[in-house]
Design a protein around this ligand. Structure first.
Ligand code: ATP
Ligand code: LTN
Length: 332
């Protein structure tokens, strides 16, 4: 029996992490390490469901690995690895695909969005993406999955797949629960605050990257789309201000009431500057640590090699039991 609950999460190496990735997901991963057993993964196999330039993907994958370390994931406490290094994910994916319905996959909003955005490449991997995500999670029998709100539907599907497998073959998989932050689970675009901030946004002003320098962060906050009023209050209809208040609350630890009184009588210009400065100061140690880590390729290699070995050992046990349960002939 495991004594601590197990956490699993992953992030795609589709570019530098945004402030949305950071606030909604990654920054919560470090503190969880003290209370839980944690396994974190750079999901390069998910990234290729959208066309990637090979050299860039390789670079983004290494950068993402180092960024996760810079954001507080300690390879001594957690298992941190690159998805394609651990073959069990692809193997379990096949079994889970055969236990996932076409109709379920067709309902996924991410599939609908991404196939609309890339109409010339609606590939089978994009369609079965959630089954691979279920394999990531179920290979370790994770209890909890810390993600942003946009991943809730995929997680719900992973739960259904686990439950269906358990009904067909007998209780086996842990049915994972989402673990979603109360504030900041959906950081919005700075240019269109009704849309989520996303790594793949084409407008650079819409997105704060966690490696942006202080001036860039302040400039992007200053240009953030707000409304024609002048009051800094969290209220329905004030999407731009609500988003900036959420960001400010997340990086300062202040609540909305504190923020409203701090800026009462002040204008949007003052507030935007304060948000930009607070974000930049908060991210400064991440930038410094990343710059240090990314120079040491040998150390990174040592970390991701060890991470993959541990992850393989762990997940191979699950996969062998699954193979047996579904009726494959045992190899040993
Ligand atoms: P892409 O644009 O390539 O789809 P993405 O920016 O949506 O990428 P992912 O790699 O899909 O990022 O997500 C990594 C984690 O960050 C997930 O847990 C996801 O829920 C979370 N996340 C992504 N965007 C936001 C956001 N705007 N606010 C809060 N959490 C987010
Ligand atoms: N689909 C997720 C990334 C992801 C993930 C996972 C998250 C792949 N496998 C397993 C949690 C658990 C995304 O796009 N953010």
């Amino acid at each position: 029996m495991k004594d601590k609950k197990l956490i699993f999460s992953g992030i795609q190496p589709t570019g530098t992490f945004t402030l949305g990735n950071y606030i909604g997901a990654v920054r919560n991963w470090g503190p969880l390490q003290d209370e839980y057993d944690c396994i974190y993964c750079v999901v390069d196999m998910h990234a290729i469901t959208v066309r990637q330039e090979p050299a860039k993907l390789r670079q983004n994958t290494l950068n993402s690995y180092a960024l996760l370390m810079a954001c507080g994931i300690d390879v001594e406490k957690s298992i941190l690895f690159i998805q394609s290094h651990v073959k069990t994910h692809a193997e379990l994916n096949w079994i889970l695909c055969c236990n996932t319905q076409f109709g379920e996959l067709s309902r996924m909003t991410q599939f609908k969005d991404k196939s609309q955005r890339h109409p010339d490449d609606v590939n089978a991997g994009l369609f079965t993406y959630p089954s691979l995500m279920a394999a990531d999670i179920l290979a370790y029998n994770a209890d909890l999955v810390p993600v942003g709100v946009d991943q809730k539907q995929h997680l719900e599907l992973a739960r259904n797949i686990a439950q269906r497998f358990n009904q067909r073959y007998g209780e086996f998989f842990t049915v994972p629960e989402p673990y979603i932050a109360e504030v900041g689970a959906k950081v919005m675009s700075l240019q269109d605050p009704t849309k989520k901030m996303s790594k793949s946004d084409e407008n650079p002003n819409a997105v704060i990257l966690i490696l942006d320098d202080k001036d860039t962060i302040i400039r992007k906050c200053r240009r953030a789309v707000t409304d024609s009023e002048s009051e800094i209050v969290y209220r329905e209809g004030k999407d731009g201000i609500n988003n900036l208040m959420t960001i400010y609350a997340s990086v300062t630890g202040k609540n909305f009431a504190d923020i409203e009184s701090e800026f009462s009588g002040k204008g949007y210009g003052d507030f935007k500057l304060a948000v930009g400065e607070a974000v930049a100061d908060h991210l400064e140690p991440v930038r410094t640590e990343f710059a240090r880590l990314i120079k040491d390729k040998a150390y990174l290699k040592q970390c991701y090699t060890a991470g993959a070995e541990k992850a393989l050992r762990y997940s191979q046990r699950t996969l062998s039991k699954v193979y047996h349960k579904i009726g494959f002939v045992d190899r040993v």
